[in-house]
Structure formats: structure tokens, C-alpha cells
Design a protein around this ligand. Structure first.
Ligand code: AP5
Ligand code: MG
Length: 217
């Protein structure tokens, strides 16, 4: 049966960083709803135009739009063995929709690791983050610097700073997380799917903790 994992955590917790490592290790497809929106924005699609204002303000894109986009992605043949979801679901309504769509594929969520990091650390991480244009690999000028400034170590593409990483937008994203996404902790705890990992540790230690949790599940 296909295996689906859901990484949750506040903005800057390290979801993208860890998803790349874990997806490669277990041969899973990495699906980041934020990366899908940014791809649509870059290609100037209708979906991208719709999402743009919400993203720039650090608000959530409406559930129906987000759910439709992820459903399309999960329906592609490369997800037949499962995927690692990063940044979706972000509301209980999205979590309900995910359960329904996975049921249609005769599957379910296996495990929901929460990467736990306090707010002040999130602000430091996002203000120093550099993201890769081609595939969304992430670096940090202090905590995980690329070998050559401005160039992705993995695919050689340009690194840039996300517009929504400016401080006022980051503060709003953290507020939105607390109000709209944090209820998922209780949602998945009550379904015995949640496992919490300390995201303040160095990147390789967080990866090791995540792998241990996945192998125990
Ligand atoms: P999205 O792109 O998902 O942003 P986010 O949740 O705010 O998360 P980030 O990508 O900012 O952080 P991350 O946890 O991936 O951290 P990273 O690994 O990069 O969403 C963007 C927007 O799209 C949303 O605001 C919303 O508008 C829209 N959207 C997306 N999904 C949606 C949904 N489901 N519903 C509605 N709207 C949606 O790491 C951060 C930095 O820290 C990096 O520099 C990294 O190098 C560094 N770092 C990572 N781990 C460590 C560590 N252990 N120690 C030190 N530094 C570390
Ligand atoms: Mg991310």
C-alpha cells in the first residue's frame, strides 16, 4: 500500500530541509504546497495569480483552491507508492479532505511528524534563508551555508530570498500558524498519528530523529 507522511511545523521549522533528506532516503515523492504555489506564480498561471496576494501577506490560500491543487499532484502516477507532504494540510478542513482523497487511492496517512521550534528561532532562520530557484533546496547564511554564495550546491541554480521572509510577513505567518494550523496537533494526536521532534537540534540530528520515528511507525 502507498505510504503517505505529513510533515507539520511552523514556518521556518525545517520542513523543506528535512523533507528533501527524508524523501531521498525512502524514495518518496516530496510534495510542498508552498513550492507548488511558487511554481504557479513563476509560470503566471491563474492559480498563481490567485495565490499571490495571500502568500505576499502571509495568509493561507483558501482551502478549496489548495485542496484541488494537492489532489491533482497526488493523482499523478509518481505518487502511486506514496509521498511526503510538506505544508499540507494546514487546516483541519484540509486534513479531512486529505483523508478522503487518500481513501479513494486505498491509502491513508501513516505518520505526522511535528517539527517543534520556538518563535524567536523561526525569525532568525527565515531572515537568513536562501532558497534555490530550480527545486526549492534551502540554505541558511549562518546555519547551513552553500559552498558558493548565491549558488545551490545540489543543482547549481540561483539562490534567492523569498519575499515573504521579510520580518513583518514572517510575524504574520507565525500568527496564522498558531491560529489556523496548530489545531492540527490535537487533530492528529487524537488519531494517534502525531510524533513530535525537537527541531532546534542541528539538521542531521533532526533527520536522525525523524528517521527513527518513521522506522518505529
Ligand atoms: P510554505 O512555503 O509552506 O512556507 P512555510 O510553512 O511558512 O514554511 P517555510 O517554507 O517558510 O519553512 P520550512 O519549515 O520549510 O523551513 P526550511 O526547511 O526552509 O508556504 C508559503 C505560503 O504558501 C504560505 O504562507 C501560504 O500563503 C501558502 N500555502 C502553502 N501551503 C498552504 C496550504 N496548505 N494552505 C494554504 N496556503 C498555503 O528552513 C528554514 C531555514 O532554517 C533555512 O534557511 C534552513 O537552512 C534553516 N534550517 C532548517 N533546519 C535547521 C536546523 N535544524 N538548524 C538550523 N537551521 C535550520
Ligand atoms: Mg518550506
Amino acid at each position: 500500500m502507498a505510504k503517505f507522511y505529513v510533515l507539520i511545523g511552523p514556518p521556518g521549522a525545517g520542513k523543506g530541509t528535512q523533507a528533501k533528506i527524508i524523501a531521498e532516503k525512502y524514495g518518496l515523492v516530496h510534495i510542498s504546497s508552498g513550492d507548488l504555489f511558487r511554481e504557479n506564480l513563476k509560470n503566471e498561471t491563474e492559480l498563481g495569480k490567485l495565490a499571490q496576494g495571500f502568500m505576499a501577506r502571509g495568509e493561507l490560500v483558501p482551502d478549496d483552491v489548495t485542496i484541488g491543487m494537492v489532489r491533482d499532484r497526488i493523482s499523478r502516477p509518481d505518487c502511486k507508492n506514496g509521498a511526503l507532504l510538506d505544508g499540507f494540510p494546514r487546516t483541519p478542513a484540509q486534513a479531512d479532505a486529505l483523508a478522503v482523497m487518500l481513501k479513494e487511492f486505498d491509502s491513508k496517512v501513516e505518520l505526522v511528524p511535528l517539527i517543534d521550534v520556538p518563535a524567536q528561532t523561526l525569525i532568525d532562520r527565515l531572515s537568513g534563508r536562501w532558497s534555490c530557484r530550480a527545486q526549492g533546496h534551502v540554505f541558511h547564511e549562518k546555519f547551513n551555508p552553500p559552498q558558493v554564495a548565491g549558488i545551490c550546491d545540489i543543482d547549481g541554480s540561483e539562490l534567492y530570498q523569498r519575499e515573504d521572509d521579510q520580518r513583518s510577513t514572517v510575524e504574520n505567518r507565525i500568527k496564522v500558524y498558531t491560529q489556523q494550523t496548530a489545531p492540527l496537533i490535537e487533530y492528529y494526536q487524537s488519531r494517534n498519528l502525531l510524533v513530535t521532534v525537537d527541531g532546534t537540534k542541528p539538521i542531521d540530528e533532526v533527520s536522525a530523529d525523524l528517521q527513527a520515528a518513521i522506522e518505529k511507525a
